[in-house]
Design a binder for this molecule. Structure first.
Ligand code: SF4
Length: 58
C-alpha cells in the first residue's frame, strides 16, 4: 500500500512541475520560489530552474 501511495505522490509532483513550467515559459522558477533563500534549497539547478518538483510559490 505504501508503495502505491508513494507512486501516486511521485506522479503528482511530476504533473505539478510540468504544469508550473507550462505556465511560466522561459522564466526561472527560483525567482518566485519560497525556498530561494539561504540553504533552504540545495538543488543543483538553483537559481536557474525552469522545471522543479519542489517549487512552491512565495
Ligand atoms: S525548490 Fe526548485 S524552484 Fe525552488 S529554489 Fe530550489 S531549485 Fe529553485
Amino acid at each position: 500500500m505504501g508503495r502505491i501511495v508513494e507512486w501516486f505522490r511521485t506522479i503528482a509532483r511530476r504533473i505539478r512541475a510540468w504544469w508550473v513550467a507550462l505556465r511560466a515559459p522561459g522564466q526561472f522558477l527560483c525567482d518566485s520560489c519560497r525556498y530561494d533563500y539561504g540553504d533552504a534549497c540545495r538543488r543543483p539547478e538553483r537559481p536557474n530552474a525552469r522545471r522543479c518538483e519542489d517549487y512552491r510559490r512565495r
